[in-house]
Design a protein around this ligand. Structure first.
Ligand code: HEM
Length: 361
């Protein structure tokens, strides 16, 4: 009896001592593992209140998440090997040198969020590089079923403009996208993992006549619908016809990117794509893993301070299982994973689905 209790207490002591105890008390009595993290609680309060409209998964969240990519992917070991400057990765250069980088064709539309975010970073005295990754992580934690991304702080404010042509375009073919992403360190399946972001996404510039048109029917929810709907046969253009980087989508009010369409159907990536349809927790875990890599491109993570405790824990909620949109059947699915059949989803009831635009906040 004694020995059982003793071992139970001893085991508990080991468990407790393995958890690093927060050593700094920050504003509002919140605790952080390092004093250097305290400023991020103040940034968090400001962002949730004044950028994300009290913690919504709306337009600013989507734009902030997109910006994490457009800053970080400006990183090319290939260019460095050729003796050229290959970019600083997640270095804030898109904000420092907005006059240069927001004019790159692939960065169309990011100028708005860059200028919206800039005063927040300046007000709190944090680096643009850290701020961009922090805002993306906080924003996506607001989305139903969303991830809790790692956040490391300490990127410096010293950098140079990224070279042009490092950000993939929606009109690029798969080989071009995979080659560019491989240069930055991502496998084709990791490109799919990054594209999980498009589950909370809308477009303004591919077809400028229909701003706010989402890429799936549930842009406020970090669910798997994007992976279902991109595999349905395209039947219509939601706006003014075919645009560069666009292919037909299956639903009124929804736009499909040429690149998403092709990556969903590529033998190299089709199974990763399909795997998320019935496994939301896998989708969240893969996104958390790949975003940790994206957010530290161009940095040695060991030189940064882990302030992940500041990122809100997304509200626990059970999302509805992925469905075929109302009016669709399995005959409309263009499944492309040779190893696994497309899951037997049922169709939502009611008249054919039409998707509403994301309202500007
Ligand atoms: C193959 C790589 C990618 C391509 C070609 C691509 C392309 C695009 C395009 C064309 C848009 C619409 C922009 C507009 O018209 O306003 C978009 C939106 C978006 N992208 Fe990507 N993207 C890629 C990867 C990523 C990654 C890695 C992330 C984040 C980790 C991301 C996050 C987003 C988000 C959140 C939006 C919605 C923005 C909004 O609603 O304002 N994308 N993407």
């Amino acid at each position: 009896m004694f020995s059982k209790a003793f071992f139970a207490i001893a085991a508990l002591a080991v468990t407790v001592s393995a958890v690093p105890s927060p050593s700094a008390v920050c504003s509002g009595g919140r605790r952080a593992s390092s004093k250097a993290c305290c400023v991020w609680f103040d940034v968090l309060d400001d962002l949730q209140e004044n950028l994300f409209d009290g913690g919504e998964c709306g337009e600013e969240t989507h734009e902030s998440l997109r910006l994490t990519f457009h800053d970080a992917i400006g990183f090319s070991p290939k260019l460095f090997r050729e003796g050229k400057f290959g970019g600083g990765g997640a270095d804030g250069s898109i904000m420092h040198f907005a006059d240069i980088e927001t004019n790159f064709h692939a960065n169309g539309g990011v100028d708005d969020i860059v200028e919206t975010q800039r005063p927040f970073a300046l007000a709190h005295g944090v680096s643009f590089a850290d701020f961009i990754q922090f805002a993306g992580a906080v924003g996506v934690s607001n989305c139903a079923g969303g991830p809790r991304l790692q956040f490391l702080a300490g990127r410096s404010n010293v950098t140079k403009p990224s070279p042009d042509l490092l950000v993939p375009e929606p009109s690029d073919d798969n080989d071009k996208i995979f080659a560019r992403m491989s240069d930055a360190g991502f496998s084709p399946n990791e490109v799919v993992d990054l594209l999980i972001s498009h589950t909370v996404a809308a477009q303004d510039h591919v077809d400028a006549s229909i701003p706010g048109t989402p890429l799936d029917s549930t842009p406020g929810s970090f669910d798997s619908q994007f992976f279902v709907e991109t595999l349905l046969q395209g039947t219509l253009f939601p706006g003014n016809g075919s645009n560069v980087g666009e292919v037909m989508s299956p639903l009124g009010g929804e736009l499909r990117l040429f690149s998403d369409n092709n990556i969903a159907r590529d033998a190299r990536t089709a199974c990763e794509w399909q795997s998320f349809i019935t496994d939301h927790s896998l989708m969240v875990t893969k996104f958390e893993t790949v975003m940790a890599k994206l957010a530290t491109l161009g940095h040695n993570p060991r030189t940064l301070t882990d302030c992940s405790e500041v990122i809100p824990v997304p509200a626990a909620m059970k999302l509805p299982a992925a469905t075929l949109p109302a009016g669709k059947s399995l005959a409309d699915v263009e499944g492309a994973c040779a190893a696994t059949p497309f899951p037997a989803l049922s169709a939502a009831p009611g008249p054919a689905t039409t998707v509403a635009p994301v309202p500007p906040s």
